[in-house]
Design a protein around this ligand. Structure first.
Ligand code: ATP
Ligand code: MG
Length: 248
């Protein structure tokens, strides 16, 4: 299995926020994660790349244990920091730097962290900006970009690190309705290009369209985790049924 997550638990104090969450993702698969507010969706994503340390469990990417070694022992911060680069993360609030223009935003980490030569980094960044439809905006500062453009820029920035998996946490929930689609289209294109992705979203129709699998969390527990067709065709689970019929 490409990404394998086993018995992930996370406590914040006495709050058991992730309760024995296990799932797998094949290479090139897209999994959407849905569930009510506070169900642990963001925490789940953050525990996969050890932005939050899980309390227990294991994460394995391509045969390599992430964060905890196979005996459950926490690895050094240095190693975890390196491993985190395998995961590209895009949050709800566009995380571009404000004091530099778009293309500088995209080449910054590849040059500083991956030690890629500047001209090479620029050429990679230009290809990515082409892909997300922002090549003509490459010299704009973020404040001169719309919310949707900033978010597409943030996606290009994450992709510039050449991640193995992309993690999206409600990438469209801070956007105006008119710009949601342009961001969803970029994500859809990534999916069709074969990028492995986990996407926390409230856009159920979008999830249905692009996901191979859907996982629903409630109070830190998996309510359902199955292929997209089965997820939507079986509604015998009351919790799932009521969530899906709430207009989410
Ligand atoms: N850093 C933290 N410290 C303490 N508690 C936290 C922290 N982060 C999250 N929690 C708690 O963990 C639970 C799950 O939060 P999480 O943000 O993962 O939910 P979510 O499903 O992403 O919700 P939403 O849909 O509102 O984004 C909540 O009870 C939240 O209050
Ligand atoms: Mg969240």
């Amino acid at each position: 299995m490409f990404l394998s997550i086993k018995n992930l638990n996370k406590y914040f104090g006495n709050n058991h926020v992730l309760n024995n969450v296990s799932t797998d993702l094949k290479k090139g698969e897209v999994m959407s994660i849905i569930g009510p507010s506070g169900s642990g969706k963001s925490t789940f994503l953050k525990c996969i790349n050890f932005l939050e340390y899980p309390t227990s469990g294991s994460v394995n990417l391509n045969g390599e244990y992430i964060g905890f070694n196979q005996n459950g022992k926490l690895m050094s911060e240095n190693i975890i920091h390196k491993q985190r680069k395998k995961f590209g993360m895009v949050f709800q609030n566009f995380n571009l730097f404000w004091h530099i223009n778009l293309i500088e935003n995209i080449i910054e980490a590849p040059i500083r962290v991956l030690k890629i030569e500047k001209n090479k980094a620029i050429s990679i960044a230009e290809d990515l900006l082409e892909k997300v439809g922002l090549i003509d905006k490459r010299f704009n500062f973020p404040k001169k970009l719309s919310g949707g453009q900033q978010q597409r820029g943030a996606i290009a920035r994450a992709l510039a690190m050449n991640p193995e998996v992309m993690l999206f946490d409600e990438p469209t929930s801070a956007l105006d309705p008119e710009t949601i689609n342009e961001v969803l289209k970029v994500i859809e294109k990534l999916a069709s290009d074969g990028m492995s992705m986990l996407i926390v979203t409230h856009e159920i129709n979008f999830a249905k369209k692009i996901s191979n699998r859907i996982m629903m969390l409630d109070e830190g527990k998996i309510v359902d985790d199955t292929d997209t067709d089965s997820f939507f065709s079986s509604t015998s689970n009351k919790r799932k049924f009521s969530f899906l019929n709430q207009g989410h």
